[in-house]
Design a protein around this ligand. Structure first.
Ligand SMILES: Cc1ncc(COP(=O)(O)O)c(C=O)c1O
Length: 391
């Protein structure tokens, strides 16, 4: 073997370097605090954790020493009832994240194109690059003050709304194989209208709706907002869902997707055999037996979202956007958003999310927590406001 053959795939050299997310306990130690005193509102997790039945299933786990069912049969059967889609259209994954990557691995030849509408969830572009695809970006309407990225004709619509005409033109010109859309979108929490979604589904491309947060959208558990029931009737629709948010199982890594029949055999061939572990499968199944409890948790979080939203509206240097998810994006006016994030962490032990991304440099995103978390974050933001000095 010559040393010149000792190199990773060439396209990976162009990937931005890996920036690890600090584990919660490490971040807490860095801030000189114990994890219990931190208010963690930076990753859209569920502060209530798993449902009681899911906790019990984990405590009673009997088969941790046996490999999991590679087809997640019992879980897929329970999901089929939950989402009203036949199990043979459903695939479980180690989080929706795994399914995004799996889908790209089976669909994309190097150089194929993936259309995304930034600002949005970063994994679409990350996985597209990993799979040597080209990314076609059709930006959402940016808030008026975020001029850094504004090009001619952009920024005219409601903040973060989709530019349907530009998407149509981009599909026509670039013929992307996949179009990824988070519904509701991360980081702003907006949900496109049914008319826009219908128009997108008429485009000649495979549309992936990422419904990671759909359970927090206006109808209970997102049943009516979701498009998942339409998957069996359409050849060009994929819907991804997760147990990370509404079900409080982010740490266990379990999600699922509904895919058209023509794609299922290839997904089965390409996935890792034991992709969803025993604990995750059991906890997810138990959650589906505990829907009344989850409905309450989702209702609490939705109520708290409105309380947080109203509170944020009273903070003079913040402009929150209405959200259909379990987080609220805020524009920061007259203060440096990155510095604000830093102060909240260091002085108050409150973690919120900042994105150094075009159109978002003057924003922070705050996940919805418990009532006491809302109180802490609003008190801190008010204290900073009352200082009357910009950072
Ligand atoms: C839009 C969106 N999709 C998918 C995910 C990842 O979900 P999972 O935890 O199931 O991998 C997230 C997580 O933050 C997200 O925001």
């Amino acid at each position: 073997m010559t040393t010149s053959s000792l190199s990773p795939r060439r396209h990976l050299a162009a990937l931005p370097p890996y920036t690890p997310v600090l584990p919660f306990d490490v971040r807490a130690a860095q801030l000189g605090r114990t994890p219990e005193t931190i208010v963690k509102l930076d990753a859209n997790e569920n502060p209530y954790g798993p449902s009681p039945l899911a906790r019990r299933a984990l405590a009673d786990l009997r088969y941790a020493h046996i490999y999991p069912d590679p087809e997640s049969r019992a879980l897929r059967q329970a999901l089929a009832e939950f989402v009203d889609v036949p199990a043979d259209h459903l695939l479980a994954g180690a989080g929706a994240d795994e399914l995004i990557d799996l889908l790209m691995r089976v669909m994309l030849e190097p150089g194929d194109k993936v259309l995304t509408c930034p600002p949005t969830f970063g994994m679409y572009a990350f996985d597209a690059r990993l799979n040597a695809a080209q990314i076609v970006e059709v930006s959402r309407a940016l808030p008026r003050s975020s001029t850094s990225l504004l090009k001619e004709g952009q920024g005219s619509g409601e903040a973060f709304s989709l530019d349907l005409d530009a998407i149509r033109r981009a599909v026509e010109e670039h013929r992307p194989k996949l179009l990824f859309l988070a519904t509701p979108n991360n980081p702003d929490g907006s949900l496109p209208s049914p008319e826009i979604l219908d128009a997108l589904l008429d485009l000649p491309t495979l549309v992936v709706l990422d419904e990671a947060y759909i359970e927090f959208a206006d109808e209970a558990l997102g049943r009516h907002k979701s498009r998942i029931m339409q998957v069996p009737q359409r050849d060009n629709l994929i819907v991804l869902r997760t147990f990370s948010k509404w079900a409080g199982l982010a740490g266990l890594r379990v999600g699922y997707g509904a895919f058209p029949s023509w794609l299922m055999p290839t997904l089965w061939k390409a996935k890792q055999p034991y992709n969803v572990n025993v604990a995750a499968q059991e906890a997810a199944r138990a959650t589906l037996r505990d829907l009344e409890e989850r409905q309450l948790v989702v209702a609490h979080l939705r109520y708290e979202r409105e309380r947080l939203y109203r509170g944020l509206q009273t903070i003079p240097y913040l402009e929150p956007y209405p959200s259909q998810a379990n987080f609220i994006l805020c524009r920061v006016v007259g203060k440096d958003a990155a510095a604000l994030r830093q102060r909240l962490a260091e002085e108050f032990g409150i973690l919120v999310r900042y994105f150094a991304k075009p159109g978002l440099e003057d924003h922070i995103r705050i996940s919805v927590g418990r009532p006491q978390d809302t109180d802490r974050v609003l008190e801190a933001l008010e204290e900073i406001a009352n200082e009357g000095i910009a950072n």
